[in-house]
Design a protein around this ligand. Structure first.
Ligand SMILES: [Zn+2]
Length: 231
């Protein structure tokens, strides 16, 4: 403790929003930047822009995102640092915020287990982790449920996605996930919380939900750190 205090004094952490040195009680982000993060409050409403978008496509129970995904700003920077710069602590931090929100909302009490949206093995090896899994670990601290990471699988795509049209990419996503046959029995009759980092078109989540709903007796809710789905 004393040694870590000494290192904090020598190398104080900086806020990932404004680069100001963090105070003793601050982690990852300073209080000013934290208070400016754009909360959605979607978790309080069964019908909200994210759930409405998904209800039209798949039969889920609940869906929400903690924050609005805006083009500029601290949250975008945080998600970028998590996804592309190896900053797992940011993922845990954002997961905790989402976990607090879900635990307080009351709409997610019946969730039995948490399943992160998978990434393919090639990406995982390159990045070293799946960002949605890290977020899910943060959620579990406030919504303590088993984390199930070996049921949904994202196979590697053969062709580069960037060469395809937007519609082809969407179609490809819809076929892009499978369930691991040897472990899917563990989800039978469970209420699964599917976790993603950002919901934009909703195609990824839609594809995962469709796959999960093939498991007997499963029901699915969805939670993301951020969403760009507008009302
Ligand atoms: Zn700041």
């Amino acid at each position: 403790m004393i040694i870590s205090d000494f290192f904090d004094f020598l190398y104080p952490d900086c806020c990932c929003g404004c680069n100001k040195h963090l105070g003793r009680s601050e982690k990852i982000i300073c209080t000013d930047c934290f208070l400016q993060l754009p909360l959605t409050f979607f978790e309080k409403k069964h019908l909200n822009p994210v759930s409405n978008e998904l209800f039209a496509r798949v039969p889920i129970k609940e869906a929400c995102a903690a924050f609005h995904f805006v083009k500029e700003g601290t949250l975008r920077k945080m998600l970028h640092l998590l996804k592309y710069c190896g900053n797992k602590n940011i993922g845990i931090f954002l997961g905790r915020q989402l976990g607090k929100i879900l635990a307080n909302s009351g709409n997610y009490k019946t969730v039995d287990c948490i399943v992160p949206v998978p990434i393919n093995e090639k990406k995982r090896k390159f990045r070293g982790y799946n960002q949605s899994e890290i977020i899910a670990m943060g959620i579990c601290e406030y919504l303590p449920r088993p984390l199930v990471c070996d049921v949904l699988i994202k196979p590697a795509t053969s062709e580069s996605q960037t060469k395809k049209s937007r519609y082809e990419r969407y179609e490809n996503l819809l076929d892009g996930f499978t369930c691991c046959k040897s472990t899917l029995a563990s989800l039978e009759n469970k209420h699964v919380l599917l976790v993603d980092d950002v919901i934009t078109t909703g195609a990824t989540v839609e594809s995962c939900v469709k796959e999960l709903l093939n498991i007997r007796g499963v029901s699915v809710s969805v939670a993301a750190v951020a969403s760009s789905v507008l009302s």
